[in-house]
Design a protein around this ligand. Structure first.
Ligand code: KG4
Ligand code: ZN
Length: 416
């Protein structure tokens, strides 16, 4: 099956064309074309994502990305037969004026590519941004007469682990490597950690989810972003903090190995200056809270002129605090539920310390298979939306026939 997938829930505009076959829990995936435009630079000066600006950027970028994907996959074919826009098409895109103009100039002037379904993110996310992707998908579906399947963005993150190596697709031995397919065996425990979400989810059977616990305030990614801001680091904060923490860790290792003169208590004393809390580490539930951690960093930094070394120590301690809480809560959930596959996914899992800590946890639980997405598929992308769309279609083929209306659902939750 060939799926065109579209993701516009936040500040990444992404389009891909996938050829997928086989079991939905262990599909064979071939990326025919993939294009992603990150708006990070545009939102940087606001220190966060500005919804209406994101919406405008998605409108501007979707057609160029689609064109790139079609060209990459060899399915771009201009035609001289000029199709006329139907009233329905104009109506679908009436709120996306900028997109409509480009759409008419491009989509109506190419041959219909071979596509069996269009998968698009319906939520959760920023509604103005989600609507652009949904209306774009509906408009394409209308012109090409292809069904549109809505996808939950968080299920996309969950399924992102099924793709094994994006960088490999053009290498010679790509096929050999791709044969090492992954399989999601149920029951699954998933920790989904992104800029908008932090949730521990239990899934006994495909597409049925029970949220065991979630954040009561800030999401982990949001905490990274806010702490980075306090330290004067650029948006998004995750990668910036990760880099600083890693440098600090490497330097500390070199320093400690060189100096035999420093006693352990001396090292500990120095470290104690920057100790941060581990919020809700021992609470009797599976919930998280990260806003206190951000406030604690504020107290450490407020009114102080910090040296680069101090900043590194704070970044490292912050990363350690977050990791400790995430790992402990996940370990507790693992111990209390029957689990075959552990999935850690979402933008924050691009973080090396967090990845390594979960790999360590997996070593202590040899019966459980740990899956983490490649770093490229950790943050938002449309490949994961296509994979999740395929799984949905496989479990409910009626989706291909129905013409259910799709609405942006900013607060959509994974549910049973
Ligand atoms: O999944 P994602 O791309 O978007 C949402 O659905 O929210 O996640 C974005 C979040 C941002 O908060 C960003 O700071 C964080 O993921 N992030 C990281 C790293 N790379 C991205 N957090 C920690 N370490 C990283 N290396
Ligand atoms: Zn996401």
């Amino acid at each position: 099956m060939i799926i065109l997938s579209i993701e516009t829930s936040c500040d990444e505009t992404a389009v891909s064309l996938l050829q997928i076959s086989g079991s939905p829990t262990s599909p064979k995936i071939k990326i025919l074309g993939n294009a992603l435009y990150s708006q990070v630079k545009i939102h940087e000066k606001y220190g966060g994502v500005y919804p209406n600006l994101a919406k405008r950027e998605h409108q501007k970028n979707l057609i160029p990305l689609l064109k790139k994907v079609l060209k990459e996959s060899g399915s771009f074919e201009p035609t001289t037969r000029n199709q006329r826009p139907t009233n329905k098409l104009q109506k679908i895109l009436e709120r996306e004026a900028e997109l409509l103009e480009q759409f008419l100039n491009f989509v109506l002037k190419i041959k219909k590519p071979r596509i069996d379904a269009i998968a698009v993110t319906e939520g959760p996310g920023l509604e103005p941004a989600l609507w652009v992707g949904i209306n774009f998908a509906r408009a394409l579906g209308e012109v090409w007469n292809v069904p549109v399947v809505p996808v939950n963005h968080m299920e996309g993150h969950f399924m992102s682990v099924l793709w094994t190596d994006i960088a490999d697709q053009r290498r010679k031995n790509a096929d050999k490597r791709r044969k090492k397919k992954r399989r999601i065996n149920y029951p699954v425990l998933a920790l989904l950690i992104s800029g908008g979400h932090t949730e521990l989810v239990y899934s006994k059977i495909p597409h049925k989810y029970r949220i065991l616990g979630e954040t009561r305030d800030d999401a982990v990614g949001e905490a990274f972003d806010k702490v980075a801001r306090l330290l004067g680091l650029p948006y998004p904060g995750g990668p910036a903090i990760s880099r600083l923490a890693e440098q600090a860790r490497n330097k500390a290792q070199i320093r400690d190995s060189k100096s035999q003169t420093r006693s352990k208590s001396e090292i500990r004393k120095e470290h104690a200056r920057f100790v941060l809390p581990r919020p809700m580490l021992n609470s009797p539930d599976y919930d998280f809270s990260f806003s206190g951690l951000k406030t604690a960093v504020l107290y450490l930094t407020e009114g102080k002129k910090l040296s680069a070394k101090d900043m590194g120590k704070i970044a490292r301690e912050f990363e350690d605090a977050v990791t400790e809480v995430l790992v402990k809560k996940t370990a507790k959930a693992l111990a209390s539920q029957k689990v075959k596959t552990l999935i850690i996914a979402g933008g924050v899992v691009a973080n090396k310390t967090i990845r390594k800590s979960f790999q360590k946890l997996a070593l202590q639980n040899p019966k459980i298979k740990l899956y983490i997405p490649t770093r490229a598929l950790s943050t938002d992308n449309s490949i994961m939306i296509g994979i999740a769309g395929y799984a949905r279609i496989k479990s409910n083929p009626k989706l291909l026939g129905g013409r259910k209306s799709i609405r942006a659902q900013g607060k959509l939750r994974l549910s049973g």
